[in-house]
Design a protein around this ligand. Structure first.
Ligand code: GLA
Ligand code: ZN
Length: 692
């Protein structure tokens, strides 16, 4: 039996349900706190994140600390069975600090220092900022680390951004010096600095990229991004150390949110629990139903779970609309429950919102919240939230269960940065993230669980590894993938893979560089296609995957030569018509597929991965035909499986179950053989796990 590992603690063996809570905005309204507690219970909420932006309410003047209000909030929580993630408030700072210590303010790429204002605009290097955060965090830890309501630390808020101040420049120079062994020659080679006479002759000449300065040395750009990511993680570690000074064993997390400047896989390593903020703009119906967005969100849930291979937390989501998307549509009936439970299906042990109560003023006053300005519970949103609370209460046994996957899709931060920086084959859009999604979505449609991994991770446990556009890959990671295949793994890579190494220097001797032997091909030329250009992938009759299609392809095409691989399909048009476009290479005990062009038809990916999954005996969460836009995802404790069947298709659907006995966990009744799913409908089914 698989052990259960709850995201937070086995002392709280329930699904967490709650929100960001800002009582400090309402201290002049004492009735509000009392009413909040009553309504939290009514909504089935059991956890709140408090203190996220409370610095000025905790330290109104330098060295003067006011904890009374927070004592009162946390004590009231404890009396009422509500838990708290206690935040460190470093996401925004008081005006007195910026006025007295301007070094805490961030300097932008143009080298202009920000004025005081907004949030997330501090320097991660500033000794003053580090000292001030350590002091206040230490006081919070001293006072609350053993408070009965507090179950974890919420470190700061959505770390991100970069600072170009003198302190950060000095740190960057130290960082590159260490990386290049104090050897400028090494750095100049790694950055290919003789290009345009950019050779550095002293460490002092090294500066972060700037719009009015250096920005064409890709090795510099990439190293700067790595440095910024490491600096941010180092700051987070500094905050963690300061709350851990009062050792209470509380787990730490920080909320992540699609910020591409921080390598979250690395950040996750210093956390006990991974949490993230998901804000899909459901109802995007102009040319699509919600299923593309559902797959996109699912992929992110899977990624956050994969960082630690254990349950994560959905730290924020909106109960209705946001205040920052271009158009803020209300969630359609059913969507709140469906999207909340989607997170749980992919491994979350919580559903949490931004925010509990709408602010009365300032920029987030129209952001969705559990409690609206009307102040009562008689709203559609409140009822939706309470319904989720009631469902989560029935999922106690799901807490801590795992989400095993036999397939991994690779997604690396430095690859993403390097692809975006490269100038070349298609400056109008290489669409890296969209490509990862294109591959992921097929698995989502098939109900096949996926982990999102890094190319440096141990991949030996997976039957299948997919690498969409693995443009940057080091020799070392290339070798690891080669060994993975030799030892029996199945691998698939696409066009624009194996092009550059760790410092963005092109691999010499032919692409796909360190993957060439694995894939058994040589990519001689790669072209970008105009949006109006169309090519196609025509499958060969009798190919090993038994695919019969003639699929449209567009945007990118690579002209490849076979070097041991076998062609499964070829190009339809142009001067390279008839040349291979999909290949497979046998290597050792495994095989490696290569897709040379971006196939446009979504059906291709579903057919391709269904065929590979069948060949490699990769199991699905549910052995049933799933209509388009309907997915099934599984959590398990080894004894029972919990299958979440979700309908994002925008229309009513039905799914014929596979004949096993299923219980509908919400009603407690046996599930019918023919499962009916209304628009935005969901069923949570329990079955005995298969004995292997
Ligand atoms: C982010 C922040 C929150 C809030 C929400 C609004 O996720 O963490 O403080 O601003 O956005 O959607
Ligand atoms: Zn700085």
């Amino acid at each position: 039996m698989t052990k259960k590992v709850p995201a937070v603690s086995s002392k709280i063996p329930v699904m967490l349900h709650g929100a960001d809570y800002n009582p400090e905005q309402w201290l002049k309204y004492p009735e509000v706190l009392r009413e909040d507690i009553r309504m939290m219970k009514l909504a089935g909420c059991n956890v709140m994140s408090v203190g996220i932006f409370s610095w000025v309410s905790l330290e109104p003047e330098e060295g003067v600390f006011t904890f009374d209000w927070l004592d009162h909030v946390l004590d009231s929580f404890a009396e009422n069975g509500i838990y708290a993630f206690l935040a460190t408030p470093s996401g925004a700072r008081p005006a007195w600090m910026s006025a007295k210590y301007p070094e805490v303010l961030r300097v932008e790429r143009n080298r202009v220092r920000n004025l005081h204002g907004v949030r997330h605009n501090h320097c991660y290097t500033s000794p003053v900022y580090r000292e001030k955060t350590a002091l206040l965090n230490g006081k919070l830890a001293e006072r609350y680390a053993h408070h009965p309501a507090v179950i974890g630390w919420h470190i700061s808020n959505e770390f991100g951004g970069e600072c170009h101040c003198g302190l950060c420049q000095d740190k960057f120079r130290e960082w590159v010096k260490a990386k290049y062994n104090n050897n400028l020659d090494e750095l100049n080679h790694a950055w290919w600095a003789t290009f345009w006479s950019h050779t550095y002759t002293s460490w002092e000449q090294i500066e972060s990229p700037a719009p009015h300065g250096e920005n064409q040395v890709h090795g510099l750009n990439l190293d700067w991004r790595r440095f910024v990511s490491e600096r941010t993680i180092d700051f987070c570690q500094h905050e963690i150390n300061s709350v851990r000074s009062y050792n209470s064993g509380l787990p730490v997390t920080t909320n992540m949110h699609m910020i591409d400047g921080v390598d979250y896989r690395e950040l996750a390593k210093i956390l006990d629990v991974v949490s993230w903020d998901a804000y899909p703009d459901w109802g995007y119906t102009e040319d699509d139903d919600d299923s593309r967005l559902a797959a996109w969100t699912a992929m992110h849930h899977d990624m956050y779970r994969s960082f630690k291979h254990k349950p994560f937390l959905l730290m924020e989501s909106t109960p209705s609309l946001t205040n920052w998307q271009s158009v803020s549509k209300l969630k359609r009936p059913g969507m709140h429950k469906l999207s909340s439970l989607q997170a749980v299906a992919h491994g979350s042990d919580s559903v949490q919102y931004f925010q509990w109560r709408k602010s009365r003023g300032s920029s987030e006053k129209f952001h969705g919240a559990v409690i609206d300005h009307s102040g009562h519970a008689e709203t559609r949103v409140f009822k939706d939230v309470a319904e989720v609370g009631a469902t989560l209460a029935k999922l106690k046994e799901v807490v801590g269960t795992s989400t095993p996957a036999e397939t991994a899709i690779l997604f690396d931060w430095d690859n993403r940065w390097a692809i975006k920086d490269a100038q070349g084959i298609r400056n109008s859009g290489l669409k890296y993230e969209e490509t990862v999604l294109q591959h992921y979505r097929a698995f989502w449609e098939l109900g096949i669980p996926v982990d999102i991994m890094g190319s440096g991770d141990d991949l030996s446990a997976y039957k299948l590894v997919i690498a969409p556009m693995l443009y940057l890959i080091s020799e070392e990671n290339g070798k690891r993938i080669e060994r993975y295949v030799e030892q029996g793994g199945t691998f698939l890579a696409t066009y624009w893979s194996g092009v550059v190494g760790e410092t963005d220097l092109c691999h010499l001797g032919g692409f796909p560089g360190p993957l060439r032997r694995t894939l058994g091909i040589w990519a001689e030329e790669t072209e970008g296609l105009h949006s109006r250009d169309l090519n196609g992938l025509v499958m060969k009759t009798g190919n090993a995957l038994k695919l019969t299609g003639d699929y449209d392809a567009h945007e990118i095409a690579e002209v490849i030569h076979l070097e041991g691989a076998e062609a499964l399909g070829h190009y339809r048009n142009d001067f390279y018509a008839g040349q291979p476009a999909l290949t497979v290479n046998k290597l050792g005990a495994g095989k490696a597929y290569h897709l040379a062009t971006r196939v446009k038809d979504a059906a291709f990916y579903v057919e391709l991965y269904a065929a590979i999954a069948d060949k490699e005996r990769i199991s699905r969460s549910l052995n049933a035909e799933l209509p388009a836009g309907v997915t099934a995802q599984k959590r398990t404790d080894g004894e029972h499986d919990y299958v979440f069947v979700q309908n994002f298709s925008g229309s009513e659907q039905s799914v014929t179950l596979d004949g096993q006995e299923y219980t509908d966990i919400e009603s407690g009744a046996a599930a019918p053989a023919e499962l009916k799913l209304p628009v935005n409908g969901l069923a949570i089914l329990k079955r005995k796990s298969a004995t292997v």
